[in-house]
Design a protein. Structure first.
Length: 117
């Protein structure tokens, strides 16, 4: 199965150490994060703890701190760092010539249900 890439924005449109939200009809939003090295990651915009908006968290290194209870979520995997447990759904990201792409099939199908611990 090949990826069906959909252009979302420019890397420059994502705040450094922050996120941009991609709204989806009837599904949880997706947060696209940019760290200090201009690496780009995409996760469902819900902390696995209580569903806090990860897009409003602070990015440091390759993690984001949830703004509600300060859980640390690995941007590469979407999983909370120990001792916390749980994962936010991650999405495939491609960056080409400064453009950020997400997989259209994943956008349509992944993280379709809201699940909180």
């Amino acid at each position: 199965m090949s990826n069906q890439w959909k252009i979302i924005c420019k890397v420059a449109d994502i705040p450094v150490l922050g996120a941009r939200v991609v709204a989806r009809d009837g599904k949880p939003d997706v947060a696209i994060f940019r760290n200090g090295e201009d690496k780009v990651f995409a996760l469902v915009d819900r902390c696995p703890h209580k569903g806090g908006p990860l897009s409003q968290g602070i990015v440091y290194g390759e993690r984001v701190a949830c703004p509600m209870h300060n859980w640390n979520i690995e941007l590469g995997s979407g999983c909370a760092t120990a001792p916390d447990e749980g994962c936010a759904q991650k999405f495939s990201v491609k960056v080409e010539a400064g453009d950020v792409y997400l997989d259209a099939l994943e956008l349509a199908s992944l993280a379709t249900e809201v699940v909180t611990a």
